[in-house]
Design a protein around this ligand. Structure first.
Ligand code: MLT
Length: 404
């Protein structure tokens, strides 16, 4: 008789955003007359920028012509895209990352779930709490965690680094030494971040204790403050301890197009073993590349026209973020984030739990948000709203919340 991967049986319920989607569709089916405003999952609403559409059209035409048709993409991704990334995301910021250290993929969610595969199952992981649930869930699936306690909402064998109002959402160095440290900055869900100096301390710590940092920079395009690093490689020593994951979903609206990349510097080693070589082996074996037309669209993100159009798109979402921040503060909520990220993190009113507030907001205001406890135990009593809605819906949602 075959056996299944028992680690999956340890996972409670479904993935956070699947649970929310199910609850919302059940509510909508029971109340077909209610118009819901969805500020839950961080999915974009603005159409792709014209420069990207143009690149997609022209790549589609190339695929219809025998002379320009392309089949499988090169293992690491097309050079035109890797060169554009190396030039714009790294060299322009004074960071020494070569195009051959960049692995193009179909998105940062897959990479953040898959990257753990090149590490031993014995490694201890440390995660910020609260944080994007994929890091813990994918490590549970791999068998790197113990069991889940539904009361405390804590996994055994996971080092939680609380990021709370009390510590200004800056994680403290854990008492037990981790092997793998996940940092998502600017942070999903709190919308807060670290200064470059604070990030440097994490790089120094990782190098000192021999840990690797898995750095998720999906929200980098939303950074507005000068003392915040745009990539971990701005920090001295990051080439020997950090892997960086980047997404095109939030900076360019590719949530439905799918494109991302991972940087594994050649100096990153475990003894003599190169992580770059391991990830290249994994990539070559299990992945056949992001589509050519999508990689051409990614290249357009770095064209001068593309950059200008996307700057406007980010400004549009950040205008929503300030509207939510200011609107909720005026209504009496305690809010965080929304300055360097498109997420606003609010304290639930009274003593409501995160899920109680989710149900209340859905039922009374027909607004969908994300319960903070879904991101980790320290998220209990908090709630996340996204700034990725349309401007009209964002203002309408605020008005509904004001009238509660
Ligand atoms: C979120 O809402 O946290 C994200 O959009 C989910 C994702 O990026 O996978």
């Amino acid at each position: 008789m075959f056996k299944v991967n028992d680690n999956y049986q340890k996972l409670p319920g479904s993935y956070l955003f699947s649970t929310i989607a199910r609850k919302v569709s059940e509510y909508q089916a029971a109340h077909p007359d209610k118009t819901l405003i969805r500020l839950g999952i961080g999915d974009v609403t603005q159409p792709l920028a014209p420069a990207i559409i143009e690149a997609l059209h022209s790549a589609v035409d190339e695929m219809g012509n025998a002379a320009t048709f392309r089949g499988y993409a090169p293992d690491l991704g097309y050079e035109f895209l890797r060169n554009a990334i190396a030039e714009n995301d790294y060299k322009a910021r004074g960071c020494d990352i070569g195009a051959d250290e960049i692995f193009v993929s179909d998105g940062a969610k897959s990479d953040s779930g898959n990257i753990q595969e090149i590490f031993s199952v014995d490694n201890r992981i440390a995660v910020c709490d609260p944080v994007y649930p994929v890091y813990v869930d994918s490590n549970v699936m791999a068998g790197r965690t113990g069991t889940y306690d539904p009361v405390s909402e804590v996994w055994s064998d996971v080092i939680y680094m609380p990021c709370t109002k009390e510590n200004g959402f800056v994680p403290e160095f854990p008492k037990e030494t981790p092997d793998m440290i996940y940092l998502c900055l600017p942070n999903n869900p709190t919308g807060t971040t670290l200064t470059k100096a604070q990030l440097q301390e994490w790089v120094d710590y990782a190098n000192r204790v021999g840990a690797v940092i898995i750095y998720d920079g999906a929200y980098e395009a939303y950074i507005s403050e000068d003392d915040v690093a745009h990539t971990i490689y701005e920090c001295e020593g990051a080439r020997t301890c950090a892997i960086e994951l980047k997404s095109f979903s939030k900076n360019a609206g590719f949530t439905g197009v799918r494109l991302g990349y991972t940087v594994v510097p050649k100096e990153l080693k475990c003894g003599d073993v190169s992580l770059h070589a391991m990830w290249a082996r994994r990539h070559g074996t299990k992945f056949n590349g992001a589509p050519y037309i999508v990689q051409r669209a990614g290249e357009a993100v770095y064209s001068e026209t593309g950059k200008a159009q996307l700057k406007q798109q980010i400004a549009y979402y950040m205008k929503n973020a300030s509207a939510i921040r200011n609107g909720l503060t005026e209504t009496g909520f305690e809010v965080f984030g929304g300055v360097n990220a498109p997420y606003i993190w609010l304290k639930t009113p009274g003593q409501m739990t995160s899920w109680e507030f989710f149900d209340y907001l859905l039922d009374a205001a027909h607004v969908v948000g994300t319960p903070g406890s879904g991101f980790g135990p320290s998220g209990e009593g908090y709630f996340r709203l996204t700034a990725f809605g349309t401007c009209e819906n964002t203002l309408a949602a605020l008005e509904r919340i004001r009238q509660l």
